[in-house]
Design a binder for this molecule. Structure first.
Ligand code: AMP
Length: 544
């Protein structure tokens, strides 16, 4: 054995480090109260310590769960550290879910308290009668914003709770394998399943997320997670930013183009992260208003395939480097990112060839291992052609779902992602589809992402989704649903003609429907299953 110290990897140590070494660096939040709040990592650490004392006073034991229903903001960040750092488990609930789902999750997780942004008071009042085991509800505001009356029995005020506690608190030396946070998968079918992260996995993930080919976080960056703190811990940014000293800008509930742009400029944001739909909104706004970003240089886009047209627009019109990232709730989420290597630059690849590499979901970050397999589990070659089920394993990949201790979620130690992918000889992975979204036509697979990406490249198209609809001869055929840009006109034949020469002819959608909007789920992704349900009886042209 070697002779080095054995120190547990603990979440509390990240904020402690930030307070000591980047104490004056800022955390700026747009609050639901309407104003912009700013303080420092030193302030955040002090208040997280007070919060740990609050939890002690409320009688929340180590390992017990504390839920949040909150946007990205400094109080939510204090909960990330105060709850996990003190040995409790933070359960970040998605407020966009239905009341019944939220009640189910609160009961399933046996949450003791719910900390919520004041805009969610009506939601919490609707949920509470279904959750008798919850001991109390804490509104994230000061006394002046507390409601004069509420149907909640035990409604407490966050700032008053904090004020009553001392700052002095010694973070416990926990086991690094102890549970730290809980996040449920989007759960498009059946009940959502919980992924229970550990301190160790979270700290290692934060290290990896900070790397140059991932989020490239440093004390010189100003980072804005548009991705919500209830969507896989905002992809690790609330940990990677204090770990590196990056200034953190938290946009609260205002995700519209105008509000985001204002914050980007006001706070000189250099780096941001979010799902494609968010960037489509922001880019439409800046294009319409003919605005420029003065400091925004880099973004990571993931959660769903990033349309190459969006990547191209961000890069060519605004000089923003887009890093395409892939991950899942079960993988903390960082799995792969797409960036070029010196070798690609030395080869003096044409910009189009570079772009093709960047459009892929990318290479595994250290800590993640991946492979693709056929239906029998046989490993497929890394030739960029063979498509198979993507399996991963690594330091921050889930072992089994929360409260499914006896279900082996793994295949010989690998986690089956449910994604279908190719991997090229350089190790760049490309997602063809979610296995449930693949269109099965005549025994062959058509990747819906490819069809959507082509449609999105048409200048008249704002958003596109492609689904398989039943076909008597071919089993399924692609149906393309298109939302046009405001004022744009496009005929079905023109849309279909746009596919010519870009894909095999038999991949061309059988029909195009122009719709006003597409259903967007709680994490900002297009709900393909809802579309499939709506169009399962759709009569394709030429089908009797
Ligand atoms: P969630 O756990 O809700 O974040 O969903 C994870 C799933 O989102 C993955 O299994 C993929 O199907 C999809 N996903 C995430 N990132 C990407 C990406 N860059 N490209 C395509 N699909 C993605």
């Amino acid at each position: 054995m070697g002779n080095m110290m054995s120190q547990p990897l603990l979440i509390s140590s990240i904020l402690q480090h930030a307070a000591r070494h980047y104490g004056a660096n800022e955390i700026v939040s747009r609050r639901v109260e309407g104003d912009v709040h700013r303080y420092t990592y030193r302030d955040c650490h002090a208040r997280a310590q007070q919060l740990a004392n609050v939890l002690q006073a409320l009688g929340v034991d180590a390992g017990q769960r504390v839920a949040t229903l909150a946007w990205n903001g400094y109080r939510h960040l204090e909960l990330y550290y105060g709850v996990s750092g003190s040995g409790r488990v933070i359960h970040t609930l998605n407020p966009r879910l239905h009341v019944d789902q939220i009640a189910y999750l609160l009961n399933h997780a046996e949450d003791q308290y719910v900390f919520f942004d004041m805009t969610f008071l009506p939601l919490v009042e609707a949920v509470a009668p279904h959750c008798p085991a919850v001991k109390g509800y804490v509104m994230l505001c000061g006394g002046a914003h507390m409601p004069p009356s509420s149907s909640l029995d035990n409604l407490l005020c966050y700032e008053e709770l904090l004020d009553a506690q001392a700052v002095q608190y010694d973070w416990p030396a926990l086991d690094e394998h102890a549970a730290s946070s809980l996040c449920y998968t989007s759960g498009t079918t059946g009940h959502p399943k919980g992924v229970l992260y550990t301190h160790r996995a979270t700290v290692l993930h934060a290290y990896a997320a900070a790397l140059p080919d991932a989020l490239n976080m440093s004390a010189r960056e100003v980072a804005l997670p548009v991705v919500p703190m209830f969507h896989v811990n905002a992809w690790g940014m609330p940990y990677a930013a204090p770990l590196t000293g990056a200034k953190l800008v938290l946009p609260g509930a205002a995700m519209d183009g105008a509000s985001l742009y204002e914050l980007f400029e006001q706070e000189q944001v250099t780096f941001a992260a979010g799902v494609p739909t968010v960037w489509l909104g922001l880019m439409n706004y800046v294009t319409q208003q003919q605005l420029r970003f003065s400091t925004f240089r880099r973004t990571i886009i993931g959660g769903a395939a990033c349309p190459p047209a969006l990547m191209g627009l961000m890069r060519s019109a605004h000089g923003i480097d887009v890093v395409h990232g892939w991950g899942m709730t079960e993988t903390s989420p960082l799995g792969t990112t797409s960036t070029l290597q010196a070798r690609h630059l030395d080869l003096a690849l044409a910009p189009e060839a570079q772009q093709k590499i960047l459009e892929k979901q990318g290479h595994a970050v250290f800590g993640i291992d991946m492979k693709i397999v056929d239906a029998d589990g046989g490993e497929l070659p890394w030739d960029g052609m063979a498509r198979g089920d993507l399996l991963v394993r690594g330091h921050w990949v889930m072992q089994h779902y929360y409260r499914h201790d006896n279900d082996d979620a793994l295949q010989d130690g690998w986690f089956a992602t449910g994604d279908v992918a190719t991997i090229d000889a350089d190790g760049y992975m490309q997602i063809a589809d979610r296995s449930k979204d693949v269109i099965k036509s005549g025994g062959e697979w058509i990747g819906s992402i490819d069809l959507e990406n082509i449609a999105m490249a048409h200048p008249a198209v704002a958003m596109a989704a492609c689904i398989g609809v039943p076909h008597p001869k071919w089993d399924e055929r692609p149906l393309l649903l298109v939302v046009l840009k405001p004022g744009a006109r496009l005929e079905r034949a023109q849309m279909l003609a746009f596919y010519e020469g870009k894909i095999a002819k038999w991949w061309t959608p059988d029909d195009v429907l122009f719709v006003d909007s597409l259903p967007i789920g709680a994490t900002g992704k297009i709900l393909k299953n809802a579309l499939r349900a709506s169009y399962c009886g759709y009569q394709l042209p030429g089908v009797a």
